[in-house]
Write a protein that binds this ligand. Structure first.
Ligand code: SF4
Ligand code: SF4
Length: 146
């Protein structure tokens, strides 16, 4: 994990303004059940989305939503500001931030280095695609109990 509060504060979160960090399955729990339940919860919040590299090859990954695209469960936007960025920085506690955010190494003059790629993340998500889609279906269920 890389944290440099001073440098990131000065920068104002250029990374978060450009594109949200990529999450891994382990960011949502340690067991399949825990991951499924947490995915349902975050998808219901409308603040997390499923993105992809190549749908035909089942290369999907999860990330926070982009501002203006809340409640869009499948989103393939190229660029946009993370829904969790506030004027005081990230609103998520460190332990709930995506691995992609924690593995972005802050370096002076905008030379920050990502240590995980979309390709690596989607490879990990490939083992959890059943959970991902079950959670998506569950999150989109309409509650007819009035
Ligand atoms: S990681 Fe880099 S781009 Fe992101 S806030 Fe820190 S210095 Fe800015
Ligand atoms: S979750 Fe937080 S640290 Fe990660 S991109 Fe969004 S605002 Fe930035």
């Amino acid at each position: 994990m890389f944290l440099n509060g001073e440098l990131c504060k000065k920068c104002g979160g250029k990374c978060c303004k450009y594109y949200p960090g990529i999450a891994l399955p382990k960011d949502f729990g340690n067991s399949r059940k825990e991951i499924l339940n947490n995915l349902i919860r975050v998808f219901k919040s409308g603040l997390w989305t499923i993105d992809w590299i190549d749908r035909k090859k089942d290369l999907y990954f999860v990330r926070p939503s982009i501002k203006g695209y809340e409640d869009v469960l499948f989103d393939h936007s190229i660029q946009g500001e993370c829904v969790f960025l506030t004027k005081n920085g990230c609103s998520l506690p460190i332990e709930r931030r995506p691995t992609g955010c924690l593995l972005l190494e802050p370096i002076e003059n905008g030379k920050c280095v990502p240590h995980i790629s979309k390709a690596e993340a989607s490879k990990e998500w490939k083992n959890y695609l059943d959970l991902l889609f079950d959670a998506a279906v569950e999150a989109q269920k309409i509650n007819f109990e009035f």
